[in-house]
Write a protein that binds this ligand. Structure first.
Ligand code: ZN
Length: 256
């Protein structure tokens, strides 16, 4: 794979960084990343990855734009209300960078279809707004051996972690949140600038992981307090009895 003169010019501020260089830029170009959710976190992740020159972006969201989304989802405009988020995010990515191949998927991702939708990607960034989806995405990533950046923001609290098979996101959360009736942003509220902060961090984590920049962050959870304006990190221990990555594998039927 080589970079054209147009790409060299476009990514010059990346390539001049010793940590990225031409080698890192080619890694980004050959990367296939799935973004689950074109909402608050996706609104930071998708522009960052498309601008960075990630070769292929799959954008999975079955929702359409509502006016109440706009305070935290700057991918969209008032006139977009009622239209598909996945389609609009695709248009945004392609207008930003025609070198990026973007694939919109207007489906609700869950335990029944996650493995099928996420297969053949190098990395998944999950910015969905509920535990049931995040756990289904995590279980699929464990089954497929795909790295997962899981990101969430609610009220003034954010969390972002990189998981590579073990420990997994389920080791952290446990099994209590598999049902659909968990808390989400609609009920608890969230500050728009917080989702942007968490989304940008998630994109940076993904780019560093693909380019091999910095220390390996897998198994580390980064927590942001938007009132104190401080980050802290904690290491997630692998849970031996985890039903996704533990010894007693009880994966969903679709992953067996
Ligand atoms: Zn686990």
């Amino acid at each position: 794979m080589r970079l054209s003169d147009e790409e060299l010019e476009r990514y010059a501020r990346h390539i001049v960084l010793p940590q990225v260089g031409g080698v890192g830029q080619k890694k980004l170009k050959s990367a296939r990343i799935a973004v689950v959710g074109a909402g608050g976190i996706g609104s930071s992740v998708i522009p960052a990855l498309a601008g960075a020159g990630v070769g292929e972006l799959t954008i999975i969201d079955d929702d359409s734009v509502e006016i109440g989304n706009l305070h935290r989802q700057p991918l969209f405009r008032e006139r977009d209300a009622g239209y598909s988020k996945a389609d609009l995010a695709l248009q945004f990515a392609q207008r930003l960078n025609h070198f990026v191949k973007a694939n919109p998927v207007q489906e609700r991702i869950g335990a029944d279809n996650a493995a099928q939708l996420l297969a053949d990607h190098d990395l998944v960034i999950d910015g969905s707004d509920n535990f049931a989806t995040r756990l289904a995405v995590s279980d699929a990533c464990v089954g497929l051996g795909i790295s997962l950046v899981s990101a969430a923001a609610v009220q003034f609290q954010g969390q972002v972690g990189l998981f590579r098979s073990k420990p997994c996101y389920r080791c952290f959360v446990g099994d209590a949140f598999d049902s659909d009736d968990c808390d989400n942003c609609a009920e608890l509220g969230v500050l728009g600038a917080l989702t942007a902060t968490v989304g940008s961090f998630a994109a940076l984590l993904a780019i560093n992981s693909i380019c091999g920049i910095g220390d390996d962050q897998s198994g580390q959870l980064h927590l942001f307090d938007g009132e104190r304006l401080s980050w802290r990190a904690m290491r997630i221990p692998a849970e031996p009895s985890c039903r996704a990555c533990g010894l007693n594998l009880e994966l969903p039927r679709s992953l067996r």
